[in-house]
Design a protein around this ligand. Sequence first.
Ligand code: MG
Ligand code: ZN
Length: 221
Amino acid sequence: MKISVVQNILEANQRIAEENRQRFSAHRILAINLMSSPGAGKTSLLERTIQALKGEYQIGVVEGDIQSTYDAERIGKTGAAVVQINTGGACHLDSNMVREALPSLEIQNLDLLFIENVGNLVCPAEFNLGENFKVMILSVAEGDDKPLKYPLMFHESRVLLINKIDLLPFCDCSLGLIEERALQINPQLKIFHLSCRTGEGLKDWVGWLRGQVQKGKDLPS
Ligand code: MG
Ligand code: ZN
């Protein structure tokens, strides 16, 4: 019995995700579902990325948190359009929450939409929100065993951003091992090393992302 309930939830989620996807595509928006454990640097990455691209693109952010508007306030200071979702205890975003948030963003004006998921390495990977692709952040302080313990997140992501590389001298963490283990799960994974604190490595990520936004714009209508 329990199995069929879970099945129904995921099917309903998939249906609404497909509607979201069609809306993003109709407006030629690149939508990214950003996932990580709490404290890995999702909001810091968004601040840096928005600073780098705001002169070129209209950017919107859906902020998902269990409670508070703290992150939405941080993003608001960058000048990007932002809406906060409070899940009220739920540990991931689903496609219906994202659909409900979209009217606050005037999405017809956007080129790029970031959906910052709830900090959690587990179930956010199970829920399609209608995004073009998922990006995950892993900070070196979390350790190089994470691909072994949370493989689904690495499997579902298109991009792995390894953050806080400025802390490498203080952590028993091997970049090589993270990469090797992550690529074993997902050989297609695109990997960048960066530090949102120092700015190191951000150029490569931003350059790649610019290419992805442009690719969507260049498609024939
Ligand atoms: Mg955050
Ligand atoms: Zn959850």
